[in-house]
Design a protein around this ligand. Sequence first.
Ligand code: ZN
Length: 69
Amino acid sequence: MRGFLNMPQSLNCKVCKHCGAAPIIFLTDQALYVVKCPNDDGHYQTAPGVIDVEDWNFHNTDVMETGRI
Ligand SMILES: [Zn+2]
């Protein structure tokens, strides 16, 4: 599991909208962070860079949930 960080509880992260898994933070070889689904690389993952929880949440929000954040 080297390269993976647990998502801090203090960050208000949504679960993966495809499978319901809590996201993980992956540290790339370029020392960039990716917030991604632990189960499937085909599920949404943020662009490498800073830990972008807002982007993850935006892409894992059901339409029905919009406005509840
Ligand atoms: Zn998933």
